[in-house]
Design a protein around this ligand. Structure first.
Ligand code: FRU
Length: 464
């Protein structure tokens, strides 16, 4: 790999990717249908939007090593949400006001794909400011001469001031950004007519002792008439990182959101920094499918980090549901199993597949294993599900929707498992590194139907 100390540019980043991506693609853990960096490091999803007839997914990226470094923005795009192509690196930290291009969002501004991100610079009195970059072709970006367009946090807020998420609210743009006041995480709200000049409006909502000390990656959406604020709080319930959906009522005129309650977005340990994407018809979510301070076994192969599959959001009976969108069915290849009882899944396995177990009652157990033993056990027990992952404390999630059975859907992709229970009421995401490269399943209990499909490669062959 080239010397990371040299000045960072998009051209140099793309040369690095071209040089290393083909070899990384051939390594055994390389994911088949999840977005992962073509080489090097990835964390948060960024800039999620639809523009020019395609879905755009950007992400925190360091192409030079499989560990966190001066942040760039990687980019992938898709016409159908199932098949993806890697695009050239979109942003490099190449300006005097930034050592890293931290997380942020994307919006289609009348055909101009516009990114709003945090410029991070430890050398400055305000280490985090908000900046804009625009693209006419959806691939190459020009940073605004007015950057930083938000040069300082609001009075009383911490210099931890990052991860702007922009949306259209009536006749103006709104932007929510994560920060803190004292020991309370909070989200600050700004307004603009042109994405370039921003007015501070208010503190949207704050932790008040309950939701952690710093908020990262706030993301606002309204789903089925319910206002939601997704937040990645640091220090909530004593945990270093959590990712929650806050339910409440947003008042755009006052610029405040009343918080009524919250729900865990995912019960697994490899899920963070979720961001929403409004595609005009529905709200989707992507998150980072990994976590800070982990072992990253794929780093030995030149890459680390990945994103979850897209998830479609719905609110039913006061619960947030996350479901794999229908489009993902386009990835199905051979039918591995299709039967009227649990035994149909026994012995099914592979490195990339989807399974769906429709149980007769909320009872039964799915076990996913590699050649040395169980990796993840999912137990349905009346009004709860228990996820027991090898090496982790078991976690329990309530199931409150009316059901007669409960469905378990799981997506296995080389070194990852995403498991959706009861129509996406509880989701568990984890990275596992199977011995022998294969994950097999066993289902116990009474099933109405049990199916599995091999899933194909979602990526066009050569990254650019
Ligand atoms: C969340 C985060 C963001 C920040 C980015 C830096 O995982 O810490 O707050 O913008 O990662 O890579």
């Amino acid at each position: 790999m080239s010397n990371p100390e040299t000045k960072y540019t998009v051209e140099r980043a793309n040369a690095e990717v071209r040089a290393h991506a083909p070899a990384v693609r051939r390594t055994p853990y390389a994911l088949k249908y999840h977005i992962a960096p073509p080489c090097g490091w990835m964390n948060d999803p960024n800039g999620l939007c639809r523009s020019g007839g395609r879905y755009h997914v950007f992400y925190q990226h360091y192409p030079y090593e499989a560990k966190w470094g001066p942040m760039h923005w990687g980019h992938a795009s898709s016409a159908d949400l199932a098949h993806w192509r890697h695009e050239p690196v979109a942003l490099a930290p190449d300006q005097p006001y930034e050592e890293g291009c931290f997380s942020g969002s994307g919006i289609d501004d009348g055909g101009v794909l516009t990114l709003i991100y945090t410029a991070h610079d430890e050398r400055k009195p305000f280490k985090e400011t908000q900046c804009v970059a625009r693209s006419r072709d959806g691939v190459t970006f020009v940073k605004s001469p007015n950057n930083p367009v938000i040069p300082a946090p609001p009075a009383g807020c911490s210099a931890d001031f990052r991860d702007p998420k922009v949306w259209r609210q009536g006749d103006r743009w709104m932007l929510v950004v994560g920060t803190a006041r004292g020991d309370d995480g909070c989200a600050a709200l700004f307004e603009s007519d042109d994405l370039e000049h921003w007015r501070y409006k208010s503190i949207l909502c704050a932790s008040n002792g309950a939701y952690g000390t710093i908020w990262e990656c706030p993301s606002y959406c309204r789903v089925d008439g319910q206002d939601l604020l997704l937040v990645s709080p640091i220090g909530m319930e004593g945990k270093e990182h959590k990712n929650i959906a806050m339910f409440g009522a947003f008042d755009p005129e006052a610029g405040t959101m009343r918080i009524d309650r919250w729900q865990d977005l995912d019960y697994g340990g490899d899920f963070y920094a979720a961001q929403v994407l409004d595609d005009g018809a529905r709200t989707l979510l992507f998150a980072w499918m990994d976590m800070w301070n982990r072992d990253y076994p794929s780093a030995a192969d030149g890459w680390a980090g990945a994103l979850t599959l897209p998830r479609e959001l719905a609110v039913r009976g006061g619960k947030l549901l996350q479901r794999p969108p229908r489009e993902l069915e386009a990835l199905r290849e051979a039918v591995l199993a299709d039967g009227g009882d649990a035994a149909a899944l026994n012995g099914v396995g592979g490195d990339a597949y989807e399974l769906c177990a429709e149980m007769k009652a909320c009872a039964g157990e799915l076990e996913l294993s590699d050649e040395s033993g169980g990796l993840l056990r999912v137990t349905l027990e009346g009004n709860r599900v228990i996820f027991a992952q090898v090496g982790c404390a078991p976690v329990e999630a309530p199931l409150t929707l009316p059901f007669d059975g409960a469905e378990i859907r799981a997506f296995i992709d080389r070194c990852s498992i995403e498991c959706f229970v009861n129509g996406g009421e509880a989701v568990y995401t984890c990275r596992v590194y199977p011995r022998g490269g294969r994950i097999s399943c066993a289902l116990r209990g009474e099933a109405r139907r049990a199916r599995a499909w091999a899933l194909g490669d979602a990526f066009e062959a050569a990254p650019c």
